[in-house]
Ligand binder design. Structure first.
Ligand SMILES: Nc1ncnc2c1ncn2[C@@H]1O[C@H](COP(=O)(O)OP(=O)(O)O)[C@@H](O)[C@H]1O
Ligand SMILES: [Mg+2]
Length: 307
């Protein structure tokens, strides 16, 4: 990663839909070659932000540049270097699979033979070769997602914007997409990935932005965020008021959080502390496990769930 080169830069970036502020004066930078994860609950403003980066939505206030170019005035040049896998399926149902790729390639003035060559390779990679000549309506949801990802790569983009690229995919489909993301990263492609899968973000992203209510509430590498917010280990137990009281008394420095039927205890101390406590509940099923990015996410954004 060449951390000196800023490829995407937002300053005071704001998007309002009438009176509603969907993106609220955010500042961020994306460096060349990194994979940045946008995480946040539904409605946080992730898709809106991504759409402004690929010049699909005008911004309301602030500035946003891609490779030093302004999204408001240099949309054509920006679009040429960006690949987009939008959250919603916008494949053309009137065309076959291959035709969707060929027609998309025309927007980038890619010669027909070259477009067909690239499309064929992409279909092969995403295991859609057999579906080459079928209509879009004959694809499963997962196949459509893979085709959208293939289409995003037709112009050999330097920047890739992936808005929930694996939502609805089966595990095999997810791994095909993960492999492709890893391979593109190795080739130096800069990636923004929005996802609701925390394991995916932890596996693929160099850096995470957590977004809530149109604001960036935290940034860091997955490991930094885990260490900062939840420590090394998490204690889990099924909700039980008496157990919660004892845990709070035993571990005054801990944070005891209730997520539905489950209690999670976070503490910034080594593992031994939990092991001592677990011994006090012989009949209960208390589990100690490694802290992960989902713990961070729920801790920072999950408060509403408990109300
Ligand atoms: N075209 C629109 N008109 C009005 N409100 C919108 C529009 N698009 C999105 N919103 C609202 O903006 C907020 C952010 O949406 P979105 O960017 O799609 O969030 P996310 O991708 O994080 O789930 C939501 O409250 C959503 O309802
Ligand atoms: Mg979205």
């Amino acid at each position: 990663m060449n951390s000196s080169e800023v490829l995407i830069k937002a300053t005071g970036l704001t998007k309002k839909y009438d009176d509603f502020t969907a993106v609220d004066s955010i500042d961020f930078e994306v460096y060349k070659g990194e994979c940045v994860g946008f995480l946040g609950p539904n409605g946080a403003g992730k898709t809106t932000t991504v759409r402004m980066i690929y010049c699909f939505l005008p911004l309301t206030e602030g500035t946003l540049t891609v490779a030093g170019m302004d999204v408001s005035t240099q949309a054509r040049q920006i679009k040429a270097m960006v690949g987009v896998s939008p959250q919603d399926d916008n494949l053309d149902p009137d065309f076959t699979v291959i035709k969707n790729l060929q027609v998309y390639a025309r927007y980038f003035d890619i010669p027909k033979d070259e477009a067909t060559k690239r499309a064929t390779e992409l279909l092969k990679f995403f295991q859609l070769e057999e579906k080459r000549d079928v209509s879009i309506n004959a694809l499963s949801g997962g196949m459509k997602r893979r085709l959208i990802m293939a289409r995003a790569l037709i112009n050999e983009p330097r920047i890739l914007l992936l808005d929930e690229p694996t939502t609805g995919l089966d595990p095999q489909g997810r791994h095909i997409v993960w492999d492709e993301i890893r391979s593109l990263r190795k080739q130096g492609v800069t990636i923004i990935l929005t996802t609701h899968y925390m394991d995916e973000a932890a596996a693929l992203c160099d850096r995470i932005l957590i977004i809530e209510n149109g604001k960036i509430i935290e940034t860091g590498t997955p490991q930094e965020l885990i260490r900062k917010h939840v420590g090394e280990d998490v204690l889990e137990v099924e909700y039980d008021e008496a157990v919660v009281e004892i845990l709070k008394a035993e571990l005054p420095d801990a944070e005891v959080e209730v997520f539905g039927e489950q209690v999670r205890v976070f503490i910034k101390q080594p593992r031994g502390v939990f092991e001592r406590v677990v011994k006090k509940f012989p009949g209960k099923n208390l589990t100690i496990r490694n802290a992960n990015l989902e713990d961070v996410f729920l801790k920072l954004t999950g408060r509403k769930l408990k109300e």
